[in-house]
Design a protein around this ligand. Structure first.
Ligand code: RB5
Length: 149
């Protein structure tokens, strides 16, 4: 798969480890940065990741920050993205089976490398369940327009 990976400064080390892991698994990986642990703002990298999912350059994304929360919020601002914050495999499994997640978010301060690899692998290997879930997932791309907007 074509997979894009991005983080903030809190997760550059985890990003490097997971990038190598993805390459070992045979995936094509685009590392969207950052390249150092200098302080950056997670929305900038979350938006960058979301844009390559939205334009089809990447099929899946991996979003990392200290908790996984901030960068997932940024990614999910793009309606093409379904980003799930995960810290154990069962959530990684259901993020695919029920929600057809196309981006996984994890927190470098919340999860160890072996657990992160296990979650990532589950995220990559679990198919979408489709059926009743497809109708619900479809609605995520079309949020109702506020009548007061
Ligand atoms: C950066 O210190 C931290 O706030 C960020 O990595 C992330 O945890 C935000 O959600």
């Amino acid at each position: 798969m074509r997979i894009a990976i991005a983080s903030d400064h809190a997760a550059v080390a985890l990003k490097a480890d997971l990038r190598e892991y993805l390459i070992e698994l045979g995936h094509e990986v685009a590392d969207l940065g950052p390249d150092s642990a200098d302080s950056v703002d997670y929305p900038d990298y979350g938006y960058k990741l979301a844009s390559v999912i939205a334009d089809g350059t990447a099929e899946r994304g991996v979003a990392l920050c200290g908790t996984g929360l901030g960068i997932s919020m940024a990614v999910n601002r793009n309606p093409a993205c379904r980003c799930a914050v995960v810290s154990e495999q069962l959530s990684a499994y259901f993020s695919r089976d029920h929600n057809d997640a196309n981006v996984i978010a994890m927190g470098a301060r919340m999860i160890g490398i072996e657990q992160a690899k296990a979650c990532l692998r589950t995220f990559l290997e679990t198919p979408f369940g489709g059926d009743r879930h497809a109708r619900r997932v479809g609605k995520l791309s079309h949020p109702p327009v506020s009548e007061t907007a």
